[in-house]
Design a protein around this ligand. Structure first.
Ligand code: SF4
Length: 390
């Protein structure tokens, strides 16, 4: 049985209310909206890339990356043909690198199974790597003009307020109620291209409203095209909806990382493809050791490089913190300069190595903490000073 609140909210969605919301939002959206690069065409590839980038990432950040990505990989065939390293290099700094790996895997699948044409079938779209319900809804409604709903953070906030839904979007009952509302609201795909109802425009209008008018704090209700039917506004305190998520404890993780320098170059290793930062390049990095930093570095060299190095000479550098949504990473970097190194064999977490001049960053996939560390420390005489090598 559905929760009472769910039933109450859905019962507010009568056909006249539904039609009023659809009409007002579509007119408002068509009268003017932000000019975003991915809105200039309904090409499924562009819509797909944009929607993957927009997950967990601010629109302004995506703007920078989107044009560069499309210039380098203009279509699905170009993306599928590229090495994963190149894709990760262009994604560097955008975070959540699993998105880039999935995008690449899905491009290869589209080329192999569908001849490079984006699948039209709902099940086939949903089965592509990295395409969840939100992305599938966006691709189907915006690019394929199919009746498909979507709920992202902005849409969740708008719907929770319109229907005064007292459920958290992150929890199962809240998620279910929001999706149900979104599915009821999204219009049928029109027969004629210029018909009034358009599921893609409607979904984009909902997202646009959440991004520009129905803001998390101080929503601009006076400018809102659906204020007449908004239950939260009528109650006088729209910010009550949706209820905030309870504070959560983010675990702290400590890591040691070794800047191994030789002849002005620093050693980078490529992580195995899966998992956090999979496929990205970083200095050898591993767990701390309760016995002390030298033991941690020794183990790191043995387990990840298959080598013994004079880690007792390693110099500590300033520690730093890198925040992820699900954990707080504390890094303690060490610098070790050597005149020569024994043969190194990337293993454990890594599958490749290369030496990099930190003053001349190469186009490599790197997490923000790695480029930050190399950038902060790239003064050759400070970090990898060949003249000071002992
Ligand atoms: Fe959001 Fe206010 Fe519009 Fe309601 S009236 S949807 S709270 S901006």
């Amino acid at each position: 049985m559905r929760p009472v609140t769910d039933t109450l909210s859905l019962s507010s969605l009568t056909p006249p209310v539904r039609d009023a919301i659809r009409g007002a939002l579509l007119s408002w959206f068509r009268a003017g909206h932000r000019d975003l690069p991915w809105r200039r065409s309904a090409d499924p590839y562009r819509v797909w890339v944009a929607e993957i980038m927009l997950q967990q990432t601010r629109t302004e950040t995506v703007r920078e990356y989107f044009d560069r990505f499309l210039a380098r990989f203009p279509d699905v065939a170009a993306l599928a043909a590229a090495p994963l390293d190149d894709v990760l290099a262009l994604w560097s700094g955008l975070g959540y690198y699993g998105r880039a790996r999935n995008l690449h895997a899905a491009a290869r699948e589209i080329v192999a199974r569908y001849g490079g044409r984006f699948p039209q079938d709902a099940e086939a779209v949903a089965a592509l790597p990295g395409v969840g319900p939100y992305t599938a809804g966006a691709i189907r409604s915006i690019a394929l003009r199919q009746r498909a709903a979507l709920v992202d953070g902005n849409v969740a906030r708008v719907l929770a307020r319109l229907f005064a839904l007292p459920l958290r979007p992150q929890e199962a009952d809240g998620r279910r109620a929001l999706w149900q509302l979104a599915e009821e609201l999204v219009p049928e795909a029109p027969e004629a291209a210029d018909a009034d109802n358009d599921p893609g425009d409607f979904n984009q209008a909902l997202m646009e409203l959440g991004a520009t008018v129905c803001l998390p704090q101080q929503p601009r209700c006076l400018l809102c095209p659906v204020s007449e039917v908004c239950l939260a506004r009528r109650q006088g305190d729209p910010e009550r909806y949706p209820p905030p998520r309870p504070p959560r404890q983010v675990p702290e993780v400590d890591r040691v990382t070794l800047l191994l320098c030789q002849g002005g170059q620093v050693l980078l290793l490529r992580r195995l493809p899966a998992g956090l930062w999979g496929g990205l390049w970083e200095p050898p990095t591993g767990e701390v050791d309760p016995r002390g930093p030298h033991q941690a570095l020794q183990r790191l060299c043995q387990e990840q490089l298959g080598a013994q190095l004079p880690v007792e000479r390693a110099q500590p550098l300033s520690p730093f913190v890198h925040l992820l949504t699900h954990r707080r990473m504390r890094f303690q970097p060490y610098r070790l300069e050597v005149a020569a190194v024994p043969p190194l064999h990337p293993q454990g977490e890594y599958d490749q190595l290369r030496w990099l001049d930190p003053s001349r960053p190469a186009a490599l996939g790197m997490s923000a903490w790695v480029s930050g560390l190399l950038g902060r420390l790239h003064t050759p005489r400070r970090v990898c000073d060949a003249e000071r090598t002992t």
